[in-house]
Design a protein around this ligand. Structure first.
Ligand SMILES: *[C@@H]1O[C@H](CO)[C@@H](O)[C@H](O)[C@H]1NC(C)=O
Ligand SMILES: *[C@@H]1O[C@H](CO)[C@@H](O)[C@H](O)[C@H]1NC(C)=O
Ligand SMILES: *[C@@H]1O[C@H](CO)[C@@H](O)[C@H](O)[C@H]1NC(C)=O
Ligand SMILES: *[C@@H]1O[C@H](CO)[C@@H](O)[C@H](O)[C@H]1NC(C)=O
Ligand SMILES: *[C@@H]1O[C@H](CO)[C@@H](O)[C@H](O)[C@H]1NC(C)=O
Length: 489
């Protein structure tokens, strides 16, 4: 496109130069510029001269003045056109140059760009490599993370399981606790109920006992009255007998005229310094009866009944009951000093017994008889009472006999109790409950100081004269005697 235009221009120039120029005589002008090559065909000036020779101006002198002016004008215009063309050409060349420079610059830019692109590509590839490595690392990291996450998940799962189990177990424990507390409550309720029941039972029992006691007291009073009446009778009889005796004695004295015999009779009651009935027996007094003994290491005298018949005699009798004439529902002081009459029913006295049995080793013998005519005995090889400070604590050992066994009395080591001195091992007060002073345990299998019940009234008595191992707990005996004798008698 660009060459064609050039050619046209050149042709037009040729036309400008002169119609008379031969087209065959032309000269080529090549201009190399960058990648473009320009070919200019320009007519040779000689050829054109030949044609112009036709013009008279140049050849002959005498020429038309108008014609030469025209030619000049034409030449001037051609010149002008040429100049313009040249200007155009120049402009064009300048334009192309500019374009080329621009192109060159563009290529340079392209080269730069290429280099840049290359570098970029390099960089890209490197980046790609790095990215790949990174991706690898990332993949590994992700892998590891995934594994860790899985483990974590597993752990959390097992933790959840454990938690669940824990919750279940705690629930069960709570349930058990609830159950236990319910059971405890029930137990407590039952215990309370039981205690209430027990209390009511105890109350009832106490009421019954007081009732029984009141009744027995009434009976006792009646019996006492009866006895008093009958004793008045016996008292009168005794007085009669005594009077008769004295009368007889007087008659004998008068008839015999001697006094000594009556003196020997009186000897029985004459005070002497016998420690016990064994001493009396050894002194030659072998008849049972009342003798005066002296309390060991004192001058205090005590009247005591001596049994000189049973098992060889020499027995100092501590207690005797056979008709219920003496009340044994007594105080500590009375049991300490003794009460009753030595010839009838009596208690010799704890102080005397204690002192005596601490002097020597003594045997204890207990004689018993029931309302059916049977009798039996219990004998202990060793017997002693401690002092009052030790509540006249009893000690015994070595049983023999026909009425029971070793524990017939009760527990060796039991303290003495009376209605006003409760030293027993019962929460109750045995002495007030079953009456009399005794070595109660709780309350023990024996009480020879209970209430005396007459025949046919002696059964079903809880507070009678009791010897459980012979007659059971409800039987009240007919007669009792407790006696001591030195072990070496
Ligand atoms: C010069 O160029 C103009 C326009 O380009 C044209 O009209 C004129 O005839 C030309 N003159 C000659 C002598 O060729
Ligand atoms: C552009 O690069 C080509 C080869 O790649 C080289 O021949 C040419 O001279 C370079 N041009 C410039 C202006 O750097
Ligand atoms: C025993 O004596 C007390 C008073 O000292 C009395 O209250 C009680 O009723 C008596 N017991 C009997 C069975 O007589
Ligand atoms: C018993 O006899 C005596 C006289 O010896 C008398 O004073 C007393 O009142 C009598 N007792 C009774 C209960 O009869
Ligand atoms: C009592 O007297 C006897 C000697 O007769 C003596 O061995 C004993 O230790 C005395 N007892 C007391 C408690 O003084």
């Amino acid at each position: 496109h660009w060459e064609l235009k050039q050619v046209v221009e050149v042709l037009s120039l040729c036309l400008v130069m002169g119609t008379r120029c031969s087209a065959a005589v032309k000269r080529e002008y090549n201009i190399q510029h960058g990648q473009c090559s320009y070919t200019f065909l320009l007519p040779e000036p000689e050829n054109c001269q030949t044609q112009s020779s036709n013009y008279p101006v140049q050849k002959d002198g005498p020429m038309d003045q108008d014609e030469s002016a025209q030619r000049l004008e034409q030449l001037e215009m051609t010149m002008e056109n040429n100049t313009q063309w040249l200007l155009k050409l120049e402009n064009y060349i300048q334009d192309s140059m500019k374009q080329d420079i621009v192109q060159l610059q563009q290529t340079a830019v392209h080269n730069h760009t290429a280099t840049m692109i290359e570098i970029g590509t390099n960089l890209l590839s490197q980046t790609a490599e790095q990215t790949r490595k990174l991706t690898n690392v990332e993949a590994q990291v992700i892998h590891h993370t995934a594994r860790l996450e899985r483990r974590l998940l597993e752990n959390s799962l097992s933790t959840n399981k454990l938690e669940k189990q824990l919750i279940v177990q705690t629930n069960e424990i709570n349930k058990l606790k609830d159950k236990t507390s319910i059971l405890e409550k029930k137990l407590m309720d039952m215990e309370e109920q039981k205690q209430v029941d027990l209390k009511t039972l105890q109350d009832e029992k106490e009421q019954l006992e007081t009732l029984i006691l009141r009744q027995t007291a009434l009976i006792g009073e009646m019996e006492e009255q009866l006895l008093r009446v009958s004793s008045n009778n016996t008292f009168l009889q005794q007085q009669q007998q005594e009077l008769l005796d004295t009368v007889n004695g007087l008659i004998q004295t008068i008839s015999a005229g001697s006094v000594p015999e009556s003196k020997s009779v009186m000897m029985r009651d004459t005070p002497s310094t016998f420690l016990d009935c064994a001493a009396v027996f050894k002194s030659g007094n072998t008849q049972s009866g009342v003798y005066t003994l002296t309390l060991p290491n004192t001058t205090t005298e005590v009247k005591a009944f001596c049994d000189m018949e049973t098992d060889g005699g020499g027995w100092t009798v501590l207690q005797k009951r056979f008709d219920g004439t003496v009340d044994f529902n007594r105080t500590w002081q009375e049991y300490k000093k003794g009460f009753g009459e030595p010839s009838k029913e009596f208690w010799l006295g704890n102080e005397f017994i204690s002192r005596l049995t601490n002097q020597h080793s003594y045997k204890l013998r207990i004689e018993l008889s029931d309302w059916e005519g049977n009798s039996g005995f219990s004998q202990y090889d060793e017997f002693s009472l401690e002092s009052e400070a030790q509540n006249y604590r009893i000690h015994f050992k070595g049983y023999s006999g026909t009425a029971g066994k070793i524990s017939s009395i009760g527990q060796s080591g039991s303290d003495f109790s009376t209605k006003d001195a409760d030293n027993d091992k019962c929460v109750c007060k045995c002495s007030q409950l079953i009456t009399g002073g005794w070595w109660f345990d709780a309350c023990g299998p024996s009480n020879l100081n209970g209430i005396y019940y007459q025949q046919r009234q002696n059964s079903n008595r809880f507070n009678g004269i009791k010897w459980y191992y012979w007659k059971g707990s409800r039987y009240s005996l007919k007669s009792t005697a407790m006696m001591v004798r030195p072990a070496d008698f």
